[in-house]
Every structure is written in structure tokens, then in C-alpha cells.
Design a protein around this ligand. Structure first.
Ligand SMILES: [Fe+2]
Ligand SMILES: [Fe+2]
Length: 359
């Protein structure tokens, strides 16, 4: 059974419990204060993640060329003439089971092109869930094209879906949500206003969606003139914290360490999502440090894809991180990425893959 949207009004911002960005130990000696109290947001029983699509682009080389040929990573995503034949989008369905058996369904992100959003929502039945209002809330992790510009595909099925998004959106992004945006250079448009509740999240206001489900926004500059990204934390009873991210521009170690510093009774468990490490399959020796850092955090499972980079996920797997391997389900999609072509095992959780995080 889905929850009523009134539940969001009932669930207030988790404020007054938390002081952002401070640590323990040596920092206290330098005069910083430790958080007065850590955040408690309850527990849930299990979290099932379906990778609707992680293929924001099918060929990383073309994507990189698109960015470099029109001014580079500082140029707004709304000003790039993206190669339409190369793009898809990013979205995930997250089904949360509460301790009493109640279900909550979250759609994280909305893909990029209309065509790919329509197609991949249909592949996993999310089109019907939207039409039947079985999705409780749309969480837009950040304003990047590949996560946000497919919004119309959501709104044409469920116009008044509640939406939670970072409070750092630019005017173009807000106009897109208002159904008043058309851009023939970047090829993005939406003429359906989002008429449901809108929650704009700032960095100092972690937001409890349901028992065991928290949204946290990080205010940071991101490539292609985007600002701010939020991710989800799930507190799974008898397991610990599952972090779910879109691109994770804040960095996996920052995402994990924020939870460690600020969540009461933090126990590391798992992570799912893009990790923005080897986003265009470019290797840098310092990426090994991230693998070592994540190892020290003691996760049981790491299900990554998208901008984590196949090359990073493969190295992480080889170095003993508990990478969740994907299936061949992605081959049932109408378009296949060049990433991971010919690999003997799938180090990404790929399109159509489902994973249950539970005790
Ligand atoms: Fe992305
Ligand atoms: Fe991104």
C-alpha cells in the first residue's frame, strides 16, 4: 500500500538535531564543536532497488567530445548541443518495506531523453506505477541533464507527483518544472507543470521521508554549471546504512563519512548508484586511494554503475571490494552501451537489474 502525500507534511524536516560539517577528536581541540545530537530517523525492513537505467550515454567518448567541443565542463548543460543519438538517462525505482509491512515507492531521477525515459520506465513497469499513482515521491538528485531532463515523461503520467529536489536549481531547471521551458540547442523541453507538493532541500536540513529513509543535500559546484546534489540514506534494521546516489558528485567517501559522523548508531552496510569517479572511463592512479578508503569503511555490498566508471568498478572488484555483480538483463534493452563490452562479468548493476538490500 502506498502512503498518502500528506505523510510528507507530517514528516517535518530533521532540524535542531544536527550541526553540519563538524568532526570529532582533533577538531575539538582546535575549537570546533561536536554535533549536539546525532540524527535518528527510524529503521525500515528492506530496500529493493531496480536499475531502471544507468546508461546516460552509450559511448563515453562521444559524451566527452560533446563536453569538450563546446567549451568544456564549465559551460552550462543547457548550452551544449548534445549528440542525441548517444544519450539515454539515469533513474532507479526504490521500494521500501517498513517494519509493519507497509510499502513506500520512490522514483529516483527521471532519465534524460523523453524517448529513453518512456522506454525504460515501461521496461520495468514504472510507467504504470506512475499512472496509478503508486510512486510516493520523485527524488531528483541534481539538475544534471541525464537525471532531470526526462521530467516530462514522469509528469505526463502523474502531474501532481510530490517532488523533492536541491534548493540550488537554476532558473532553467525551475522553468522546466513549471512546464515553461523549451531549448532547441540542448534539446530539452517540458510544457506540463508539476502541480504536486515541492520540497526544496538545503544542505542543513536532512529530510525524513519515511521511517528509515532520509534525504541529505550537499551544496557543491558540479560540472556543466550545476550546483548541489542530494542522496538517500536508508537505515535497514539489523543491517545498517544503505547510501543511494545519483552521480555522487560529493564523493563516496564524503557521503559515507557524513553518515558516520551524523547518524545515530551508524553501521556501514551498502551503497548503490553512480559514484562519479572514472566517469568517462579515464583512469587515474589516485582512484586506487578511493578504493582503499571505501575498504576502510567496511561496506558489505557496493552496487555501482553509471559514472562510477567500469574501469574503476573492475579495479575495485579486483582489489576485493564487495562489488554486486549485474546480470545479462541489460541485453533485453533496445540499446546497449559500449561500456563493459566483452567483459566476462558485469561489475555494474546494469539496466533492468534488481537487488534486495535486507537482513
Ligand atoms: Fe549522471
Ligand atoms: Fe551528475
Amino acid at each position: 500500500m502506498s502512503t498518502n502525500r500528506r505523510d510528507f507534511i507530517k514528516n517535518s524536516l530533521v532540524t535542531g538535531l544536527f550541526t553540519a560539517g563538524v568532526g570529532f577528536g582533533p577538531l575539538i581541540k582546535k575549537g570546533y564543536a561536536a554535533p549536539a545530537k546525532k540524527i535518528e530517523f527510524g529503521t525500515c525492513k528492506s530496500v529493493k532497488v531496480t536499475c531502471i537505467s544507468e546508461t546516460a550515454w552509450f559511448d563515453p567518448a562521444i559524451m566527452l567530445h560533446d563536453i569538450q567541443s563546446t567549451g568544456g565542463a564549465m559551460v552550462s548543460s543547457y548550452a551544449h548541443p548534445w549528440t542525441q543519438s548517444n544519450i539515454g538517462g539515469y533513474a532507479a525505482l526504490i521500494e521500501v518495506e517498513q517494519l509493519d509491512g507497509t510499502m513506500h515507492n520512490i522514483l529516483m531521477d527521471a532519465c534524460w531523453t523523453q524517448d529513453w525515459a518512456d522506454y525504460s520506465f515501461h521496461k520495468v513497469g514504472v510507467d504504470k506505477m506512475l499512472e496509478d499513482k503508486k510512486i510516493d515521491i520523485l527524488v531528483i538528485t541534481h539538475e544534471h541533464h541525464d537525471h532531470y531532463w526526462g521530467l516530462k515523461s514522469v509528469l505526463k503520467r502523474y502531474e501532481n507527483i510530490p517532488i523533492i529536489f536541491p534548493n540550488t536549481f537554476y532558473p532553467e531547471g525551475k522553468a522546466l518544472m513549471d512546464g515553461k521551458y523549451k531549448n532547441d540547442i540542448a534539446m530539452v523541453e517540458n510544457d506540463i507543470p508539476a502541480t504536486g507538493e515541492r520540497i526544496e532541500l538545503g544542505p542543513d536540513q536532512p529530510y525524513k521521508l519515511f521511517d528509515g529513509v532520509l534525504v541529505k543535500m550537499y551544496d557543491l559546484p558540479i560540472m556543466n554549471r550545476v550546483r548541489g546534489e542530494q542522496n538517500l540514506y536508508f537505515n535497514i534494521k539489523d543491517k545498517g546504512i544503505l547510501c543511494v546516489s545519483g552521480c555522487c558528485h560529493m564523493g563516496i567517501l564524503n557521503m559515507l563519512k557524513w553518515a558516520q559522523r551524523n547518524i545515530e548508531g551508524f553501521k556501514p552496510y551498502a551503497a548503490y548508484g553512480g559514484l562519479h569517479i572514472a566517469a568517462f572511463e579515464n583512469w587515474d592512479p589516485k582512484f586506487v586511494d578511493i578504493i582503499r578508503g571505501v575498504k576502510r569503511m567496511g561496506l558489505e555490498k557496493l552496487a555501482c554503475n553509471h559514472c562510477a566508471g567500469w574501469v574503476w568498478a573492475q579495479k575495485a572488484h579486483d582489489m576485493g571490494l564487495p562489488i554486486v555483480l549485474g546480470s545479462d538483463k541489460y541485453k533485453e534493452y533496445k540499446r546497449l552501451p559500449v561500456t563493459g563490452e566483452g567483459a566476462k562479468e558485469n561489475v555494474f548493476m546494469r539496466n533492468g537489474d534488481v537487488h534486495l538490500f535486507s537482513a
